[in-house]
Design a protein. Sequence first.
Length: 458
Amino acid sequence: MKKSITLNSNKNIKIEFTNERIIPASGLSVVGAILGKSDFTKRLNRMDVTKNRSQHQIKNGDIILTYIGMLCMGKPGFEAVHEMDDDPDFYKLALGITRSIPSEETLRQRMDDIGDTLRQQILQENIRMLTANQIRPTKLPNGFVPVDIDVTPMDNSKTQKEGVSRTYKGYDGYAPIMAYIGTEGYAVNFQLRAGKQHCQNGTVEFIRETVRLCKQLTGEPLLIRLDSGNDSIDNVAVLIEEGCYFIIKRNLRREGKENWLKMAKECCLNITTPRDGKTVYIGSDWKTVTSKEFQKEFTLRAGYEIMERTIDKHGQFLLMPDIEVNTWWTNLGLGDQEVIDLYHTHGECEQFHSEIKTDMDLERLPSGKFDTNSLILELAIISYNILRMIGQETIGGRTPRQKRDVKRRRLRTVISNLIMMASHVTTHARQVIMGLGKSNVWRHIFADVFHKFTAVTE
């Protein structure tokens, strides 16, 4: 029975409650199609995480699929599962859930039970998912596949969550380390860390694990990029051992800027003057260093960019010259300026961090337990890559008109225009039909994406 409401502000507009099936998140059907190309769910169902309780009615696979669907909607809070309550049959069909959608309480409890026990399975499943969908990380013009590794603090201030502590950004939270591959920024490896944990603590093992995963995705040479927080010869040693190229921002520590400037004035051949009062020295030096952990000695190239300013950008003469020194460890045979440019593009991973923390709403992780939040961040790898894959597929073709060409679709755009696309659902001849309205300018690209990711399994 229809119920209508007339808006006081406009008596020509009415709101009606009908029994028609209008689904607000039709894009989850694409998410389910992507996830359905592997046996991940079956492997999950065989795992026992009951912890001395009787066998659960709802399988592990249904729990994980439900939560991945919530992450793809940008709604990681456990209470968001209630958005599936009004039409559970569609969401079960769309995500491939075999039994039922869990309640909020069941979802929270089972995520606590699973904890961090699925880390290796999730990392490996992520690689299988990318491979099954024929995803190949795009190379740089010079032939290297970039792998960006970085720590990004998550602000969880004013909470009592396990592991929340003071980060180097000056607020309480977590400090996870994240790794992305390719110019698109596909996620390869995330690891949740306590806020106070030093960024180098555990990084050697993380790098080794990340390189192993990356080599399963591509046979091209890898270029690992790290910032100065991970300036450790142990990192250099493991990258050389794994046969990778690298650019690592150096931490000057106690090295004097004046000494670097003196060396550059004596030895540098690439000297430019972009404006009056500013001189730039670009070149390379060689230094011998020792890794205590690996007990090896290395002679490494230390690229540098040194700027001496005697006049500031406003034309004010300085009493003492302003000296800025940036240096990098690298084993590339490329020119100095190209090495600098390659490191500067490492900054794009800040955009990836932002999309995870804001677009997927994962800045403040929902659980009070560290292991549960670790599981959530690991599932975010798969969810993030699903959204990235969908976004990359929308570039070109029948995409709605835009001001400029884009190389990468922001996750917020994917979530709002494709995942949360409303459709009118009907059933006919044992088929579920999603009707897309003619007023939705994204309907054609949604149909193209849907057929792209379902074609292999049909």
